[in-house]
Ligand binder design. Structure first.
Ligand SMILES: [Fe+2]
Length: 369
C-alpha cells in the first residue's frame, strides 16, 4: 500500500468495517454469542478480537496510548485462548461490544492523523503504511472465518451478493498445462504489504511438471466417492436421487460443474491419488499461477508443509506465522469465494490442519512430466 494516502487508508478501514458489520446485520445477539462449533469462535469473539487487535497495533503500539479497557486484551489473544474455550470467556457482548468497536475506531483515526507513513520512515511498522495493510488484511481474513461459521447458522440470509458462494463452471476432465523444468522466483517482494511467511522472495528450481488448468469439480468428486466410498465434503447429504448442500440449513442440489469445496487435505490427497495424479507443491502452484483458471472459488490444498522460507525473519510478531511452522499444517494457495481481493495475493500462504474441512477448500491436481 505504498502509494496509499491517509485518506485512502481511512477509506479502506471503513470499507472493511462496513463489510464486517454487513456480515452480522441479519443476526441477533443470541446468535452472535452462540457457540456453533468447537473449531470456530462465537462471532462476538471475532468482533471483539478484530477491534482489540486494531487497538493493540493502531492505537497502543503506533499511537503510544493506554488500552481503553485494561486487561481485556488477554481474552482476545488468539494463541492464549483456543477456539473451543472462547464462548466461556468474559468477553464484550451486545451493546458494549459495539461501542468498544466504535471507540477503538475513533482513536485509530485520531492516531492516523498524527503518524508518518511514507516510504522513508524509520519504523518498519509504519514504513509504506505496513501496519495498516496488516490490520486491513486481519479484519478481512476474520470475515472469512466468520463466513465459515455462518454456514452453520440455519436460515442465514446474506445481505450482500459477495457473501454467497458461486463460481464459473469447470470441466469434469481438466486440461493439463505443462510447465518446463526451470528456475522460478517465489515469494513476495521486499516492499509493499505481505506477511513475513511470504518472504524473502527467492529462486526455486523445479523439474518439469503438469498441472490441471482448472480445479476439481463436484462432478469429478462424486465419481471419486462412488468409486471408492470416500466421505462426502462437509455439508453434503445424500437425497434419494442426488447430493444436496445443507450449508445455512438450506437444501440445494449440488451443481456438478462447480469446483468442489469443503474437502479436507486428506480427502484432497486421496482424490488426487485416485485420479492417478498428486497435489501440486505450493511452489509448483505459484510458478504455474499465470496459466491457471478457476482460482478463487476454493482455496487449493497443496502437498507442502507450512515451513519458513530460507532467510525468514518474523515480523512484526512471532505468533502470526512462526509458531505454526512445521509438518503439522498444510499450505493452501489461491483464495475462496469468501476471500477479499486484498488478501488473495499470488504469494499468500494459507495453512490448516489436514483433517479440517470447514474452510472453503478444494484442490487441483498435478503430476510429474
Ligand atoms: Fe486474528
Amino acid at each position: 500500500m505504498s502509494s496509499e494516502s491517509k485518506a485512502a487508508i481511512a477509506e479502506a478501514l471503513s470499507e472493511a468495517r462496513g463489510r464486517t458489520l454487513a456480515l452480522i446485520e441479519p443476526l441477533d445477539d443470541r446468535q452472535l454469542n452462540r457457540v456453533y462449533s468447537p473449531i470456530l469462535s462465537p462471532l462476538a469473539w471475532d468482533l471483539g478480537h478484530i477491534a482489540n487487535f486494531e487497538e493493540l497495533w493502531l492505537v497502543q503500539r503506533v499511537g503510544g496510548r493506554e488500552p481503553l479497557r485494561g486487561e481485556l486484551g488477554r481474552f482476545y489473544d488468539a494463541i492464549e485462548n483456543p477456539r473451543k474455550t472462547r464462548g466461556e470467556l468474559p468477553i464484550l457482548r451486545d451493546r458494549e461490544l459495539r461501542s468498544y468497536m466504535a471507540d477503538v475506531r475513533e482513536r485509530t483515526l485520531d492516531v492516523l492523523d498524527d503518524v508518518e507513513i511514507g516510504p522513508d520512515v524509520e519504523d518498519p511498522l509504519l514504513r509504506d503504511g505496513f501496519v495498516y495493510g496488516m490490520l486491513l488484511a486481519h479484519e478481512l481474513q476474520h470475515n472469512e472465518t466468520m463466513l465459515q461459521l455462518l454456514q452453520m447458522v440455519d436460515g442465514y440470509e446474506a445481505v450482500r451478493a459477495e457473501f454467497e458462494p458461486g463460481a464459473d463452471p469447470v470441466p469434469e476432465c481438466p486440461e493439463a498445462v505443462l510447465i518446463e523444468a526451470g528456475e522460478h522466483a517465489v515469494g513476495a517482494p521486499a516492499r509493499g504489504f505481505a506477511y513475513d511467511n511470504e518472504r524473502p522472495r527467492h529462486p526455486v528450481s523445479l523439474p518439469a511438471f503438469e498441472i490441471d488448468r482448472t480445479p476439481v469439480s463436484n462432478g469429478a468428486y462424486i465419481s471419486f466417492m462412488e468409486a471408492t466410498g470416500a466421505e462426502p465434503p462437509m455439508y453434503w447429504e445424500r437425497n434419494v436421487e442426488e447430493w444436496v448442500d445443507t450449508a445455512r440449513g438450506r437444501r440445494s442440489s449440488i451443481d456438478p460443474a462447480q469446483p468442489v469445496i469443503h474437502v479436507s487435505w486428506e480427502q484432497a490427497d486421496a482424490f488426487a491419488r485416485w485420479a492417478g495424479k498428486r497435489l501440486p507443491t505450493e511452489f509448483e502452484w505459484e510458478a504455474a499461477r499465470g496459466q491457471l483458471d478457476g482460482i478463487g472459488h476454493g482455496w487449493e490444498w497443496t502437498s507442502s508443509d507450512f515451513l519458513a522460507y530460507p532467510g525468514f525473519e518474523a515480523f512484526p510478531y512471532r505468533e502470526y506465522s512462526e509458531v505454526f511452522f512445521g509438518d503439522e499444517y498444510k499450505v493452501l494457495r489461491g483464495g475462496s469465494w469468501a476471500t477479499h481481493s486484498r488478501v488473495a495475493r499470488p504469494t499468500f500462504r494459507n495453512w490448516d490442519l489436514p483433517q479440517r474441512s470447514q474452510i472453503f477448500a478444494g484442490l487441483r491436481c498435478a503430476r510429474d512430466a
